[in-house]
Design a protein around this ligand. Sequence first.
Ligand code: NAD
Ligand code: UDP
Ligand code: UDP
Length: 321
Amino acid sequence: MVDKPILVTGGAGFLGSHLCDRLIAAGHEVLCVDNFYTGARRNIAHLLGRPNFELCRHDVTFPLYVEVGQIYNLACPASPVHYQFDPVQTTKTSVHGAINMLGLAKRVRARLLQASTSEVYGDPEVHPQREGYWGRVNPVGIRSCYDEGKRCAETLMFDYHRQHGLEIKVVRIFNTYGPRMHPNDGRVVSNFIVQALKGESITIYGSGQQTRSFCYVDDLIEGMMRMMGSPADMVGPVNIGNPGEFTMLELAELVLKLTGSRSKLVFQPLPEDDPRQRCPDIGLAREKLGWAPTVSLADGLVPTIAYFREALQTFAGAPPR
Ligand code: NAD
Ligand code: UDP
Ligand code: UDP
């Protein structure tokens, strides 16, 4: 048990709020820091009355002086629609946010876990992606603010580790979905489910032959927490994701089947620099963390669809940022 609070930046977001739930359930004290750029109080409202939960509205691009025992650094918009809305702020969030969290971790000697991403592999020539692959990322494209920001954050983690002896943990998260994604999040799983439930056309970008590997949120959080609890020499980077690989057409068909929707498919232009394929090699996570996902895409979509049915009746009109 960590004797000081655990800091979760981006704790009011999709993944961060699930992480806060798990940490509170395990008996930890949690300090949730978020500027509500894409997150919402709604995601952590059920924790607000708890004596071991504290919420702080703060932008991680500014220094933060608190006393904590561990840091999970998740603050950063994750959906292309939102990270491209204010790309300069996205890079600042990844880079200045990492520097501030590293400075904080150095001062209080806290272990720091960085939520990195499969996007560091860019549009990969190696398939599936192993951690040793350096990636193929456009440094000047519309996705670069996110991809290069996350790559620079990884560099900072490893340099603070080598230069200052900081205990770091880097997880490369592959596409994750589940309850609490915002209906207007803009990512593919939420778009397809919302479109299917509303009877609107399903928007396939490009031919729909591009692939992604989708991990259910509970599996992801388990992997992240195992990484935080792993021995100090396990710094990563480590892939956390579900190796089941699907084309966007296959995903659309599965969503139509599980929702019972008769929505039609419409084809729209493929966004610039959209990776053609993505699938994690999770050998390292299996070996070092004893972790592997347990929820198949079909099984994980069921509670996710139930959540979106409810969300569309209640807060769907609320802006995601
Ligand atoms: P999200 O957008 O739901 O959550 C991000 C949270 O960070 C939000 O609550 C947002 O308000 C907050 N935030 C953004 N900028 C901030 C700032 N400057 N200061 C403080 N808070 C800020 O996204 P998510 O899916 O929960 O992603 C969480 C983390 O995991 C991100 O770092 C993301 O890059 C990473 N990740 C997620 C996925 C995925 O598929 N969900 C995949 C790869 C990596
Ligand atoms: N920082 C912070 N909280 C702390 C300690 C540091 O936000 O508790 C910030 C600080 O503003 C600094 C950054 O972290 O800009 C990096 O800190 P570090 O000690 O590595 O560098 P320095 O202060 O020497 O620039
Ligand atoms: N996509 C799609 N229709 C949508 C939203 C996304 O076909 O309505 C595609 C997108 O072009 C990409 C894949 O789905 O090839 C995953 O997109 P997402 O934004 O969810 O994540 P990322 O591209 O960051 O992996």
